[in-house]
Write a protein that binds this ligand. Sequence first.
Ligand code: ZN
Ligand code: ZN
Length: 352
Amino acid sequence: VSRADRLVVLLEERELDCLLVTNLVNVRYLTGFTGTNGACVVTRDERLFLTDSRYVEQAKQQVSEFERLEASRELLGDLAARLTGRAGFDDAHVSVKAHAALGDKVSDGVELVPAAGLVERLRAVKDEDELRAIRAAAQLADRAYDELRATGLAGRTEREVARSIVRFLEDQGADEVSFPPIVAAGAHGALPHASPRDVEIPRGVLVVMDLGARLDGYCSDCTRTFATGPLEDRVGEGYEVVRRAQEAALGGVRAGAVAQEVDAMAHGLVEAGFGTGFDHGLGHGVGLEVHEGPRLARTAEGSLEAGNVVTVEPGLYVPGEFGVRIEDLVAVTADGREVLTGFPKELVTVDG
Ligand code: ZN
Ligand code: ZN
């Protein structure tokens, strides 16, 4: 069953006659096209892919299951002509201006229906090829941590370490990093989204590092917190609280687990262990994008299902003192889970 066939099932649920797919990540997912101007229209019986003359050759190589049509650079007019009946469009990504233009150009009797999130629902459940790509991307992240353990952190600046991570991942064959790495030492680690500074990493502190690689389009995402020497007791205890919460939450990841409950368990364990918690969700889906569905968060809906790939990343942030975060990537399987991150979670102390 092709991805477009799975999409047709969702169209029927929504009583849509066709779906206009304009978000390029969704276009790639459905058609294989990796260029920067393309869109598709899916109906029960038709799969149309449109791109402009610059990408016709590339589309010939990449797009095999869709009928390929050449359109003007501004695709909208040609797309509008292909829509029929109740036509779903991606109201989360189509601008108000584009929506108005589309409305002007469709034939009489076409009703534009907001239908964001349908392809994203499919993307949340990975197939074997996707799992293979994410596994390989996760192994690159593991290797980056092996390298950081070997080269050490103290005496280097956060920014230099971040740059070395980008270089290393690209040298190891990543398409690119899946996001700019975070390297945050000591009190700076208490900011969950810290940017690396031109500041030397001292000895005797925790360093939060969050990094990922993109490989064949698919992302990995992994956080480890290293020590640069012996720690104050309270800091070492904080690390252990997060490590235990992370392990427990990871154990709660399985098909049927309620997303809100897995999130709540991790928050509860960190709060019970250290008296303070973390302000972000426990995790998020990872795939063609580093943040996608499903989410593990207080406001998340639904349950996990086999094929989901999510992060489990509890943290502890003590303003002015230190931060800890530990993040693994995990695939939900039919009978449990496959942890895709291999790097250990016992506290790693690097001397250099
Ligand atoms: Zn991360
Ligand atoms: Zn993450």
